[in-house]
Design a protein. Structure first.
Length: 54
C-alpha cells in the first residue's frame, strides 16, 4: 500500500489546549464510559492546527 500523503497532511490537527475544568470534564466522561462499557476508554482532544488549517 502506497502512502501519497505529504508530511503537512499529518499536521492538520494539534493537541487541543484546554482549561483544567475542561480536562476534568473529559476525565469524568472517560470514567463514565469505562463504567458503562467495562473497557479502557481514552478520549483525545485535537484542534485544527493554525499553520495548516483548511
Amino acid at each position: 500500500m502506497t502512502n501519497n500523503k505529504s508530511p503537512l497532511d499529518y499536521d492538520r490537527y494539534a493537541t487541543a489546549h484546554l482549561s483544567p475544568d475542561l480536562l476534568q470534564r473529559i476525565s469524568s466522561l472517560e470514567e463514565d464510559l469505562r463504567n458503562a462499557t467495562e473497557k479502557e476508554i481514552v478520549l483525545i482532544a485535537y484542534e485544527e492546527s493554525e499553520h495548516n488549517a483548511t
